[in-house]
Design a protein around this ligand. Sequence first.
Ligand code: IPD
Ligand code: CA
Ligand code: CA
Length: 255
Amino acid sequence: MRLFIESVAREAGKEALAYFTDMKHFTVSGKATTRDLVSDADRAVEKKIIELIRAEYPEHSIFGEETGRDTGNSEYCWVIDPIDGTQSFVKRHPYFSISIALKKNGKTIAGCVYAPVLGLMFSAEEGKGAFENGVPMHVSDCDEIGNAACATGFACLRAQKMEHNNLKYFNEIVPLIRDIKRCGSAALDLAFVASGRYDAYWEFSLAEYDIAAGIFLVESAGGVVLKPSNGNPELELSVLAANPVLIKQFQPFFE
Ligand code: IPD
Ligand code: CA
Ligand code: CA
């Protein structure tokens, strides 16, 4: 299954690159707000992914960011973010990814995050481990918050929600860590934790398709993902990801 998902992501990556490199022209529009962008590329890449999955598994359900949930009621459901990092994509910034997860009865059993411009394919399958470009990967062994190279995110839709826009956490944590990056693809941020490039990552109020594959990668690579929501339903899909030692040092900031 892992190799099938990789092959779908690779084909989707070709489609994304055709737009990214201007071989195909795209237009950009706002979704719920003018800050929340969608482009022709997002729709075309999702269409390609769904075509390839349907050809192999016509009975499976699909939940794609751009097309929503289908009406299928299979125990299997594919969760797709065709371009995670559209803000980067439309500005020709290479930090975006294709994220595909396969869930069985609500539990992720396989997934991949593919960054086509960077040439990085991250994938995992239940009981078979996690891989970067076919080579087994593992979370970092950083055990001290002061040495941690981290990433976070600030979503366009949450910028004005002063309480949950992440600035409080950013201000508290950044002076204590070694490095912070904010590159704009939650799926790839999680894959970078899984592969040891980032020691920790946190972000609030994401969507299932942003994080389903990435969480699975981190857990399959020996890491831990917590959901620091504190019972607030608005924060339900928030994530804090790190290795098992470091997560204990970050957790108190989110309690
Ligand atoms: C966004 C990215 C970004 C995160 C936003 C997401 P999109 O996804 O994951 O890193 O900060 O919350 O919405 O819109 O580019 O698919
Ligand atoms: Ca996304
Ligand atoms: Ca997207």
